[in-house]
Design a protein around this ligand. Structure first.
Ligand code: UD1
Length: 417
């Protein structure tokens, strides 16, 4: 298991280009199963999760070439409707194959998913969607087994907004008979990217960017080309790297609109920004003001930046509250940040952060993807050396993070066990 060694307190400078979005690439890769033929997907990040998804699609029968951010997928022989435990256990997004396999083949057998250890992550909504579209679904021996003659459009009203269940509902309903209406749909930019892809393939989805989606089923979809949007979570993490090291850096190849909630909070903390087209420059401040956040679905503050924002708040000049409303146990970074001399305590789903004057390096353990990013940020700001164990988590979602940070002037190296 690799580790990171970080020597903190170095100023960063320069530009960093943001990679394609992991969470947009994964459902789009899977949606290619809905048509037979050759797809080209540009700006795909080379990450453990995208490589795992490629493996899963290969097991289903797709041919995949992946180099320099371009993924070619040939789904002509993708006909095996089974997603086995060995692959699915390592990545929750494997559940995405449920909708397309059912829609295309009338059959799917998908193992219960794994993924980040951030509390119970049920898949009841995914199963409910398939049932509402007319499939018979059984859960047996750790597998979801679903069957149908043809899926039939219906009204799907989500009590809770779910990115994954919205994506699965879209992918299942585009080939269903008749109309499907999805109410309280997720509005994340990654969902918009998926809708653009499906519509390009010939689907008929209306309401992109809103929480009500109307899908008129079509009988066939065609292979197309698409570009993955920039990763707003990676972009946010780099802005926070600039903020916590009090450095002026610019992120390029991003969509500033997707980072509005973070920028607003950073402005409240005192930071200033220069924003143009697809570039954001952060201007540092001497004193970081404490700012409260509550994580909520897009366009509000993303749970995927909660841990990294908390790392910044450990160095504010006061007290603030961070409330996590999406995932119950997404506070595993707190004990590790406290090892670096942060002062954070938890009351239920609220973290109470008392800003400290400085952090100091220590050995810490990454517990999940975004928690690892928070520890990297804290390590960059801490006095002395920080060793982060189990960084395989970070490789799931950040492309070449140590290379990008080193190019900005950070001292970070990967060491093998
Ligand atoms: C996606 C993202 C993840 C992000 C999360 C929330 C991907 C691959 N992952 O995860 O990075 O943190 O959105 O923005 O895009 N829920 C249920 N039942 C279900 C499904 C979800 O109760 O069947 C709950 C979850 O436990 C959570 C909430 O709904 O409390 C939102 O989760 P969801 O949006 O589904 O997250 P994911 O799609 O898994």
């Amino acid at each position: 298991m690799d580790k990171f060694r970080i020597s903190g307190r170095r100023k960063l400078s320069g530009n960093v280009a943001i990679s394609g979005s992991k969470n947009a690439a994964l459902p789009i890769m899977v949606a290619s199963l809905l048509a037979s033929g050759k797809f080209k997907i540009e700006n795909v990040p080379n990450l453990r999760d995208t490589r795992t998804m490629a493996k899963l699609l290969r097991m289903i029968g797709a041919k995949i070439d992946f180099s320099n951010g371009e993924m070619k997928i040939d789904t002509t022989n993708a006909k095996n409707p089974e997603a086995p435990y060995d692959l699915v256990k390592t990545m929750r997004a494997s559940i995405y194959v449920l909708g397309p396999l059912l829609a295309k083949f009338g059959k799917a057998k998908v193992s219960f998913p794994g993924g980040c250890a951030i509390g119970p992550r049920p898949i009841d909504l995914h199963i409910k969607v398939m049932k509402e579209l007319g499939a018979n679904v059984e859960v047996k021996h750790g597998y979801i087994q679903a069957e149908c003659n043809q899926l039939v459009g219906n009204k799907i009203s989500f009590q809770k907004r779910s990115v994954g269940a919205t994506a699965n509902a879209l992918m299942a309903s585009v080939l269903a008979k008749g109309e499907t209406i999805i109410e309280n749909a997720a509005q994340e930019p990654e969902i918009s990217n998926l809708i653009d892809f499906l519509n390009k393939m010939g689907a008929n989805i209306k309401g992109n960017g809103t929480d009500i989606l109307r899908i008129s089923g079509v009988s066939k979809l065609n292979p197309v080309e698409i570009e993955i949007i920039p990763d707003r979570i990676e972009a946010g993490t780099f802005l926070l790297a600039g903020a916590i090291t009090k450095s002026e850096i610019a992120i390029t190849n991003c969509i500033p609109e997707h980072l509005k909630s973070l920028i607003e909070k950073l402005e409240q903390a005192g930071f200033k920004f220069e924003i143009k087209n697809n570039e954001i420059k952060i201007i540092p401040v001497k004193t970081i003001r404490p700012v409260d956040i509550i994580t909520k679905p897009y366009p509000d503050f993303p749970t995927d930046l909660q841990a990294q924002f908390m790392a910044l708040m450990t160095l504010s000049n006061g007290k603030c509250f961070i409330e996590e409303t999406i995932f119950q146990d997404r506070f595993m970074h707190i004990a590790e940040l406290n090892r670096l001399d942060a002062d954070i305590r938890i009351e239920k789903n609220i973290a109470i952060i008392n800003g400290v004057k400085s952090l100091s390096g220590a050995e810490v353990m990454a517990s999940d993807l975004r928690a690892s990013a928070a520890l990297v940020l804290a390590g960059l700001a801490a006095k002395g050396e920080t060793i982060i164990h189990r960084i395989y988590h970070i490789d799931r979602g950040y492309e070449k993070i140590e290379e990008k940070l080193s190019n900005l002037g950070a001292k970070i190296e990967r060491i093998g066990d």
